[in-house]
Ligand binder design. Structure first.
Ligand code: NDP
Ligand code: 13P
Length: 339
């Protein structure tokens, strides 16, 4: 992608599965992309061999992707900075870069979590820790399992920003023959969808680990979407976001795919593993493990009922046996369907 014939320059912070994949997406869209990661061996392998065998085994990255150890240089002269570190680490990574960030750069959060302690969404963390206006920040969220995209399988996503020019810039930086971004001004809704679907995927995984089938899965997904919508509306989100790609789309992908870390971790818990063992067995970043607590805190502060999220917090962090999860949800008072 070019501006007046010059390719857009982009940096990606985070050399894990999604950061590396999104770098490839932007390179395929025509950008010059530099990945920064904290792991020296991964950075060297990306720069030298065009591969990241730890996170994307068997994938060759496009020629437009390189990598650096120097994070300040990476963000100094770029049009777009994409952030793909675990949500709970974003503030630590970004705050030291406030005076190094290119003044023209839009910053797009690829992260799907809510910060513990502050209950802030990632776009809020990005703007605050870098000291930039919210108009320079975008979030990207949708049914975007990294490995499928690294294999260039077609998918779509949502790029949300309060500033349409920022959303369009980020969309242009990543649009390709297999990756189709839609813009949306509803930052709150898009971001909440991405964070809370991870919690719902944990619940679905637990039910599958207990041997339950598709009726249970469909019930949890559908009622999960209701509680995501309830929280979003309380925070001023647009009701149209929730049945879209960032809402129902991502819920379907994450709750159905064995590639999802949140889903997989839930299955391990359902089969009787402890949380610590399940985290190790899953590997990678399963954001719902921590974000379930901040999401529930946010909901409680607003008086919003989120029974599935609450049940997941009780199983993961308060010792509720997995066998008691379904009973807890089904014993609630009967009510009319709807948000
Ligand atoms: N994977 C996916 O399919 C998708 C992921 N996402 C979201 O993207 C975000 C990143 O996830 P993903 O790439 O999958 O995670 P991975 O677990 O694959 O990679 C995480 C990356 O973050 C790095 N990291 C961890 N802690 C720090 C730190 N303190 N400072 C700097 N870097 C750090 C890791 O470094 P190291 O290798 O050294 O541990 C690794 O490079 C999450 O919010 C996730 O929800 C969104 C859509 C799709
Ligand atoms: O967000 C994702 C797909 O859209 C990835 O899900 P996991 O983080 O559960 O792997």
């Amino acid at each position: 992608m070019t501006t007046q014939g010059v390719p857009l320059r982009a940096a990606v912070l985070g050399s894990g599965s999604w950061g590396t994949t999104f770098a490839a997406v932007m390179a395929d869209a025509g950008c010059d992309v530099t990945v920064w990661g904290r792991d020296a061996a991964t950075v060297d392998e990306i720069a030298r061999d065009g591969r990241n065998t730890r996170y994307l085994p068997g994938i060759d990255l496009p020629a437009g992707v390189t990598a650096t150890h120097d994070v300040r240089a990476a963000v100094a002269d770029v049009d777009v900075v994409a952030v793909a570190v675990p949500s709970q680490r974003a503030r630590d990574v970004l705050a030291p870069l406030a005076d190094a960030l290119s003044p023209r750069a839009a910053v797009v959060s690829l992260m799907k979590g809510v910060e513990l302690g502050t209950d802030q969404r990632m776009s809020e963390v990005v703007a605050q820790s870098l000291g930039i206006a919210p108009a320079r920040v975008a979030v990207l969220s949708g049914p975007n399992l990294a490995r499928e995209i690294a294999l260039r399988q077609p998918t779509a996503t949502v790029v949300a920003s309060t500033d349409d020019a920022t959303a369009r810039l980020v969309a242009r930086a990543c649009a390709s023959s297999y990756f189709r971004p839609y813009t949306n001004p509803d930052v709150v809704g898009v971001e909440l969808c991405g964070a809370v679907k991870n919690v719902i995927a944990l619940a679905v995984g637990i039910s599958q680990g207990r041997g339950m089938g598709f009726n249970t899965m469909a019930t949890v997904i559908t009622r999960g979407l209701v509680e995501i919508t309830r929280l979003g509306l309380a925070l001023g989100a647009d009701a149209e976001t929730f049945p879209g790609l960032a809402g129902m789309g991502d819920l379907m992908a994450t709750c159905a795919s064995p590639d999802s870390r949140n889903h997989t971790l839930g299955v391990h818990l359902g089969r009787g593993m402890t949380l610590d063992a399940a985290v190790v067995a899953t590997g990678g970043t399963a954001e719902g493990v921590k974000s379930c607590r901040s999401v529930l805190e946010l909901a409680t502060s607003l008086g919003v009922e989120m029974p599935i999220t609450s049940a997941v917090v009780r199983v993961l962090h308060e010792g509720l046996p997995v066998d008691d999860l379904a009973g807890l949800l089904l014993a609630r008072p009967h009510r009319a369907e709807g948000v």
